[in-house]
Write a protein that binds this ligand. Structure first.
Ligand SMILES: CCCCC[C@H](S)C(=O)N[C@@H](Cc1ccccc1)C(=O)N[C@@H](C)C(=O)O
Ligand SMILES: [Ca+2]
Ligand SMILES: [Zn+2]
Length: 313
């Protein structure tokens, strides 16, 4: 049998219809797109844990090229969107820049309230229906997890303490650049019974208990030294660079999302390194903005003011 490229359709977690690439082989259609890099494949984990050797599980199939597994439909369709973002906006072919195959598994764990990049592939929990609905149902989550793969193949920021908070922040930053209609993270899948909330906010991290100034950073041992907490400091800096604002008395003139994304992409792929601290982040962003827009540009000034505003000098 040859593996013929096709276009499938299906219903996502939120009940929306979408189309995506599939492959027809031997009378069956598979969630396998062939046109992007080495391909995008989406599997059913059958509740195996994210540490299980059974992953990735079974390639999801349909005899009709219509797919009704919402978590699978969204994991697959959103992986295409994130691939396209990195290729079209940053000229990066897949997460490694070399067209690496993008592999995902849905229905990982039992009622697992999380998603992750496990070094080789993306994994998505179904949530418990209270804290989360199936996590691939939010483009934020897919972009967050695939950005961990970009980080791992570039700066490779150590996943603890300040470098870990930067690692997490990079994933939130590019989630917000891909899912670009707000500065909330996880709003589409977090607490399905509570409208309007989110897991995190980049515009106001404090709204969900995260710090928005370096002096308020968490220094305990929870959460790998607060990687999902202290990410708020860098997330706020990114928000200020893009949108502007006055924060703790420091005023930033925004430069917009697109230029901000280019600055963080260059900082991540050229200047940050595994043990980078918040101070290193400021320097990397200033240097990236200088490379792109010039030392005396308003873009560089916005970066400097934003990091000063969040207490990173
Ligand atoms: C293996 C254990 C999980 C590692 C942490 C993964 S990378 C992660 O950060 N997951 C995201 C999922 C997410 C992303 C965007 C929006 C909503 C949810 C995350 O933030 N997880 C939170 C719940 C956490 O692990 O504290
Ligand atoms: Ca969002
Ligand atoms: Zn993460």
């Amino acid at each position: 049998w040859n593996a013929a490229e096709a276009t499938g359709s299906g219903t996502g977690v939120l009940g929306d219809t979408k189309t995506f690439e599939t492959t027809y082989s031997g009378g069956t259609y598979y969630l396998w797109g062939q046109s992007r890099g080495e391909g995008i494949k989406t599997h059913h984990a059958k509740n195996a844990s994210y540490t299980s050797p059974k992953l990735p599980g079974t390639l999801i199939s349909s005899t009709t090229n219509t797919f009704t597994d919402g978590a699978a439909v969204d994991a697959h369709a959103y992986a295409e969107k994130v691939y396209d973002y990195y290729k079209l906006v940053h000229g990066r072919n897949s997460y490694d820049g070399n067209g690496a195959a993008i592999v995902s598994s849905v229905h990982v764990g039992r009622s697992w309230n999380n998603a992750a990049w496990i070094g080789t592939q993306m994994v998505y929990g179904d949530g418990d229906g209270m804290t989360f609905r199936p996590l691939s149902g939010d483009l934020d989550v897919v972009a967050h997890e695939l950005t961990h793969a970009v980080t791992d193949t570039t700066a490779d920021l150590i996943y603890q303490n300040e470098s870990g908070a930067l690692n997490e922040s990079m994933s939130d930053i590019f989630a917000a650049m891909v899912d670009s209609d707000n500065w909330l993270i996880g709003e589409d899948v977090y607490t399905p019974n509570i409208p309007g909330d989110a897991l995190r906010s980049m515009s106001d991290p404090a709204a969900y208990g995260d710090p928005d100034h370096y002096s308020k950073r968490y220094t305990g041992n929870e959460d790998n030294g607060g990687v999902h907490i202290n990410s708020g400091i860098n997330n706020k800096a990114c928000y200020l660079i893009a949108q502007g604002g006055t924060h703790y008395g420091v005023t930033v003139t925004g430069i917009g999302r697109d230029k901000t994304a280019k600055i963080y992409y260059r900082a991540l792929t050229v200047y940050l390194h595994p043990s980078s601290t918040f101070a290193d982040m400021r320097q990397a962003a200033v240097q990236a903005a200088t490379d792109l827009y010039g030392a005396s540009s308003p873009e560089v000034q916005a970066v400097k003011n934003a990091y000063t505003a969040v207490g990173v000098n």
